[in-house]
Design a protein around this ligand. Structure first.
Ligand SMILES: CC(C)(COP(=O)(O)OP(=O)(O)OC[C@H]1O[C@@H](n2cnc3c(N)ncnc32)[C@H](O)[C@@H]1OP(=O)(O)O)[C@@H](O)C(=O)NCCC(=O)NCCS
Length: 148
């Protein structure tokens, strides 16, 4: 269930917006919060210049409340960045972004990597999770897959 009226929109040409950089920082859970915040604008610039990448936003009443950054590959969709405004988490917005990606990239499995702290979300959203190495921090890296 998504509270309110959330719409998924393309953020192509909107990568320079402050809210985009902030949410891209929120997505960097493998970094310290200060480092993650500092890197948001650079990651937004990467989405702006690399045509292979696509950035989607969840908007409510004109405010950006979530983002999903993806790279469509042959029969696969690599989910690079996913984040919901910390004040709006656990309201179904993350699930709505995944449902959108599933419909938009019909026929592609959705794959990516995460850490234990977000694994519960991917599990609840129907993804398979498998351990896939270790981060520099020593934390387990988990590969997530949502089959077609
Ligand atoms: C992970 C994230 C994108 C999920 O978005 P969200 O809008 O909060 O998730 P939803 O409300 O759609 O949750 C869907 C389900 O997952 C559960 N869930 C959400 N986050 C969870 C978490 N961190 N751990 C365990 N379960 C979680 C919800 O309780 C809900 O369960 P339900 O099926 O019982 O209703 C969001 O919490 C976030 O931005 N976290 C910080 C950044 C992050 O971790 N990004 C992913 C990096 S790989």
């Amino acid at each position: 269930m998504v509270a309110g009226d959330v719409q998924i929109v393309s953020l192509r040409t909107r990568e320079h917006e402050v809210a985009v950089a902030v949410l891209l920082g929120v997505a960097q859970i493998h970094r310290t919060s200060a480092d993650a915040r500092a890197r948001g604008p650079g990651i937004a610039a990467t989405y702006a210049r690399d045509d292979r990448l696509q950035l989607w936003g969840a908007e409510e009443g004109g405010a950006l409340v979530g983002i999903a950054g993806v790279e469509p590959l042959s029969e696969l969709l690599e989910l690079h960045d996913l984040a919901v405004d910390p004040a709006r988490q656990r309201e179904g917005i993350g699930r709505a972004l995944i449902a959108f990606l599933r419909a938009e990239y019909d026929g592609s499995a959705i794959v990516g990597a995460t850490l234990a702290q977000a694994a519960g979300f991917y599990d609840r959203a129907g993804f398979e999770l498998a351990e896939d190495g270790t981060m520099a921090s020593g934390e387990a890296r988990l590969r997530f897959t949502l089959a077609t």
